[in-house]
Write a protein of this length. Structure first.
Ligand SMILES: [Zn+2]
Length: 480
């Protein structure tokens, strides 16, 4: 064979390999189609069918949920729950490990896979689009698919089904998680636009209850000259606006919608709050009372759907100040407890979950009753230096001496101090493992096992007969 032919053959082979690789890549992307909203909706509906078939032998629950309460702990990792539970007990003067969180009353629990279209470890925007819109998307995107199609949220489905709706958070009401219930933007930082959508567009403008922080985005920080607060008042002449706990209490006697914005930015941490700031449990109680009344007002009482977020657990973790994160976790726990006392699980589905995990670790062999915010006095590293009970994988502070060697953090460690980290970064980071989901009420059994995060609103839609997927009101559609 002449060398010319040999070269030609090698070139042909190379070209063929390249073409094959390009075709495979194209096929993969078009078959997977993760950029499109339809891909995730189809995938979730398939999972729902599978789940219905799989659980049929275990339950005969055919009840429809009239109301749905979604409680979301931002950054509420399983380690955060364990450590929070221990802190709860230790604050009562006990060893702590055997104390109980409100979610321990729930009969069903499962795990959610939190990855997004472009990230193994997700942010709060793409996850909100998943657990409120049923579609996974790009990190930072709110209420739209990776290719930019708007995604309807569970709260819009609820309004279409005649239900009263509301949003409660301890962050700015325009932050990524609450925004997932009403906004459509490619980037979560566009909070001025998110605020505009909340007041001017559907479903936000129909919310009967809006409670949280972030007044600046409605007025002072705006560059378009709009006063969104004045606009909301104009649109809702019988609406009640609250700036503090006393005003929120007064609003419960009013007939109209309620908007309570309690700070210019995020609401201060509970540990740093002023006395007239409502706690998450106060806001949750006010929201449920108002929404139940609003639902009854229509005469037909189609119920309500409310999204309640403990949003600052995540912020405590980002600061790597675990004392703040755990205190916010216990504030969230108190809100779950309050909700459970107010609802009837025969007609209300309550789902508690997290958007993503955080890189907090509880490592070593600490003895029973060891202070969860303090030192593990029993254990030593190879250099004989003790360490704290809780540490972060990555964070802004390491306990090092002037030669860069690890030293005991015991002198600086306190209830609100920085918590040591293994790897020095700018701040604490999210982590990618599954998060827990707990459910009680009609169809709660569907929330067991391991599931994609974007399945959650499809399950809630099924239970409460909302949205355009399978619902328990159309049993004939359930696979035989
Ligand atoms: Zn975060």
């Amino acid at each position: 064979m002449s060398s010319q032919i040999k070269h030609w053959l090698i070139l042909q082979l190379l070209l063929l390999t390249l073409l094959n690789a390009a075709y495979a890549a194209l096929k993969e992307s078009s078959e997977e189609g993760e950029e499109s909203a339809g891909f995730w909706r189809r995938q979730a509906q398939e999972q729902l069918k599978e789940r219905l078939a799989r659980t049929r032998d275990y339950t005969t629950d055919s009840r429809r949920a009239k109301n749905v309460v979604i409680l979301l702990g931002d950054g509420l990792s399983v380690t955060t729950m364990t450590a929070g539970r221990i802190l709860k007990g230790q604050r009562q003067g006990r060893r702590g490990e055997d104390s109980r969180l409100a979610v321990e009353q729930f009969p069903f629990a499962g795990l959610c896979k939190t990855y997004c279209v472009d990230e193994q470890t997700p942010d709060s925007a793409c996850t909100a689009t998943a657990y409120l819109g049923g579609v996974k998307t790009l990190s930072g995107a709110v209420g739209q698919s990776a290719s930019g199609e708007p995604v309807e949220s569970l709260l819009l489905w609820a309004q279409k089904a005649g239900k009263a709706t509301g949003v409660v958070t301890t962050t700015r009401v325009t932050d990524a998680s609450p925004a997932g219930s009403y906004a459509h933007v490619p980037k979560r930082v566009e909070e001025l636009e998110i605020a505009r959508q909340l007041v001017e567009e559907e479903p936000g403008r129909n919310f009967e209850v809006i409670l949280g922080g972030g007044l600046g985005k409605f007025r002072a920080e705006r560059r378009d000259g709009k006063d969104l607060l004045a606009l909301w008042r104009e649109e809702n002449p019988d609406g009640c606006f609250a700036r503090n706990m006393a005003e929120l209490r007064n609003c419960s006697n009013s007939a109209g919608k309620v908007m309570g914005i309690f700070s210019d930015n995020h609401m201060p941490y509970h540990l740093a709050s002023h006395r007239d700031q409502p706690r998450l449990k106060d806001m949750s109680a006010a929201a449920i009372k108002k929404l139940a009344e609003k639902a009854q007002e229509t005469g037909e009482d189609h119920g309500y759907v409310v999204f309640i977020e403990g949003g600052r657990i995540d912020h405590g973790h980002h600061e790597t100040r675990v004392g703040y994160a755990l205190d916010e976790m216990l504030e969230f726990d108190a809100a779950v407890e309050t909700v459970l006392k107010m609802i009837d699980p025969k007609e209300t589905l309550v789902v508690v979950t997290a958007d993503h995990s955080h890189a907090l670790s509880m490592a070593g062999y600490s003895r029973r009753g060891t202070s969860i915010l303090g030192m593990d006095e029993q254990q030593r590293d190879l250099d004989g230096v003790p360490y704290s009970t809780l540490n972060y994988a990555i964070g802004k502070w390491q306990s090092l001496d002037k030669d860069g060697k690890r030293e005991s953090p015991s002198k600086t460690l306190g209830p609100t101090s920085y918590t040591p980290s293994y790897i020095r970064g700018r701040k604490g980071v999210h982590s990618g493992e599954d998060v827990a989901v707990f459910a009680i009420g009609p169809q709660a059994h569907l929330f067991g096992g391991v599931m994609e995060q974007n399945l959650l609103p499809h399950l809630m839609g099924y239970a409460a007969c909302m949205g355009d997927g399978l619902t328990c009101c159309h049993q004939d559609q359930v696979p035989g």
